[in-house]
Design a protein around this ligand. Structure first.
Ligand SMILES: NC(=O)C1=CN([C@@H]2O[C@H](COP(=O)(O)OP(=O)(O)OC[C@H]3O[C@@H](n4cnc5c(N)ncnc54)[C@H](O)[C@@H]3O)[C@@H](O)[C@H]2O)C=CC1
Ligand SMILES: C[N+](C)(C)CCCC(=O)O
Length: 508
């Protein structure tokens, strides 16, 4: 009997905090959900807001990974023969379905990763917009014609790579799956996607939606698992490319594994991005920017601007306002519309974040607000992983909280005096994902940005990521881009064809 898509099941239609239990298989290949073959290494998956077990994550082994990749390969052979227009039509239908079921998908993401529903809806919007954007690009993919002497010519063909692997982090479970698969399939590739073992639930919904929209069976597949499953994917000889969103240590491993098979790699890794606020800024916007740069998705965002450099003169006013507004952030049930900050991803992660704050205090930082575990009044949330958003003052560049990625709701504020000084300090990091500057001086804005070593830069805003613009890091934050027209380069290859119209001139 055909399985019902997850999104049509009553428990997914009416998700509320503390109720969802996921029993259905979360693997998907050859056009259907696939039951795990071996449950022995299963790991519990928690609902961050309640600490309750949501489901079990059962990792795929060698045989299952092989099946998923073979199914992707057979879909690739069919899909890559379609015209861009034909692929586009199916992708537009997938985008439409996501838009239609946005709220149910968002709620399920929330149950799995604890982000507030208000943000989660925007995350799903960025998923369907990305698919819609690449659907628009698919029909435009083309080569060049180059005239050669004597009527001969050459032409280029833009061709897909084959089977691409996507490996996701837990902060944007559905969105990452969409951001990786959309450019891949627009170019004619197939994908096997492995979500983070902490957020296994919604990627399979995307697989079901693509199927419903009309992609060939096997075009987008989901295998569950952690590092072992990820490394099986990276090593598989039928895989042409790996795109990872994750931490720097994982990025290094993926790169090493891919090197063995000379596979292409895109790495979206961590960051410790600077946000520079000059005296002459529009302070109200700079304050809003600093909040958006630090507290989105409970601070679990790779491109967050967590080193906030504020020019000394405006520091008192800046701190007063930022602290007032940080204290006003409503932390609690992520599925309540009024909530602005939900729960961190896991108990160990919450403890890690609290550990960073403790260490910051020991190293001389001053907590101006938050930074503690928060227990909401609602009894069902008493075991959730909530942390009150934190602003740290008296920070120095050599402190751990200023050097390392915390991935939690913690803003470190640092005073500076001159442009030259702040640029040197802002760049003094091995990361290079993002950066931002707030100033009314347009010459300074562009000069500062030109000198910042980061891939994703903002002038007078922060953390907006429209799908039309390329996103990706410098330095150890990775390479390759997601989103934007440029990403086509990372999911396709160019074939050059030389056509002789005369006789062969042989030297022999
Ligand atoms: N630049 C970007 O776009 C983003 C970067 N990140 C980064 O991700 C990190 C947090 O996410 P986590 O899931 O904890 O990161 P992680 O690096 O532990 O895991 C990321 C993914 O890689 C897989 N993985 C782990 N070891 C592997 C191996 N040896 N071979 C193949 N796959 C492996 C994991 O199972 C997971 O699916 C942070 O450092 C953050 O900055 C997160 C979101 C966006
Ligand atoms: C969702 N957004 C645009 C705020 C951040 C995307 C980068 C990431 O995956 O962390």
């Amino acid at each position: 009997m055909a399985q019902q898509p997850l999104l049509s099941l009553p428990e997914f239609q009416s998700v509320s905090t503390g109720t969802l239990v996921v029993k259905e298989p979360l693997n998907f290949w050859a056009g259907a959900r696939v039951k795990p073959s071996n449950t022995k290494n299963s790991e519990p998956v928690y609902e961050p807001a309640t600490g309750r077990v949501l489901c079990d994550m059962i990792p795929c082994g060698e045989e299952e990974v092989d099946q998923a990749i073979k199914s992707a390969h057979s879909a690739y052979l069919k899909w890559s023969q379609l015209s861009g227009m034909e692929r586009s039509r199916i992708m537009l239908e997938a985008a439409r379905i996501i838009r239609e079921r946005r709220d149910a998908i968002a709620k399920t993401d929330v149950a799995n990763n604890g982000t507030s529903i208000t943000e989660a809806k925007v995350d799903i919007d960025l998923a369907w917009k990305c698919i819609e954007y690449y659907a628009g690009i698919a029909p435009t993919l083309s080569g060049q014609h180059i005239q050669l002497p004597g009527g001969s010519f050459a032409y280029t063909r833009r061709e897909p790579l084959g089977v691409c692997v996507g490996i996701g982090a837990w902060n944007y479970p559905f969105q990452i799956a969409a951001w990786k698969s959309a450019p891949a399939i627009a170019c004619g590739n197939a994908m096997v996607f492995k979500p983070s073992p902490m957020t296994p639930v919604t990627a399979v919904m995307l697989a079901e939606i693509y199927k419903e929209a009309g992609v060939p069976d096997g075009l987008f597949n989901v295998v569950q698992g952690g590092p072992e499953t990820g490394s099986l994917l990276c090593h598989h000889p039928m895989v042409a490319k790996v795109s990872l969103t994750g931490g720097v240590p994982t990025g290094k491993k993926v790169l090493e594994m891919a090197a063995k098979g000379v596979k292409q790699v895109t790495l979206e890794l961590g960051g410790k991005s600077p946000l520079i606020i000059f005296n002459d800024c529009e302070l109200e916007n700079a304050i809003k920017g600093a909040l958006m740069a630090n507290f989105l998705t409970k601070g679990e965002v790779c491109c967050n601007g967590t080193r906030v450099f504020v020019q000394r003169e405006i520091m008192p006013k800046f701190l007063e306002e930022v602290v007032k507004r940080t204290k006003a952030i409503s932390v609690g049930d992520p599925l309540c519309e009024g909530t602005r900050m939900g729960a961190l991803i896991s108990k160990p992660h919450m403890e890690k974040v609290l550990g960073f704050i403790k260490q910051a205090k020991e190293q001389g930082a001053k907590v101006l607000c938050g930074g503690e575990q928060f227990v909401p009044n609602d009894p069902k949330l008493k075991d959730g992983y909530f942390v009150s958003p934190c602003v740290l003052d008296n920070c120095r560049d050599d402190m751990t909280c200023v050097k390392e990625e915390i991935f939690g709701p913690v803003m470190s504020v640092l005073p500076f005096d001159t442009e030259e000084e702040v640029l040197q300090r802002a760049n003094n990091t091995t990361f290079g994902l993002a950066s931002g500057v707030f100033t009314r001086d347009i010459a300074r804005a562009h000069r500062v940005i030109a000198n910042l070593q980061a891939g994703m830069c903002y002038i007078n805003n922060y953390n907006v990521c429209p799908v039309e613009v390329p996103f990706g890091g410098y330095k150890m934050s990775g390479f390759g881009k997601e989103n934007g027209a440029l990403t086509i380069e990372y999911y396709s290859q160019l074939k050059t064809v030389v056509v002789e119209m005369g006789d062969v001139e042989s030297l022999f």
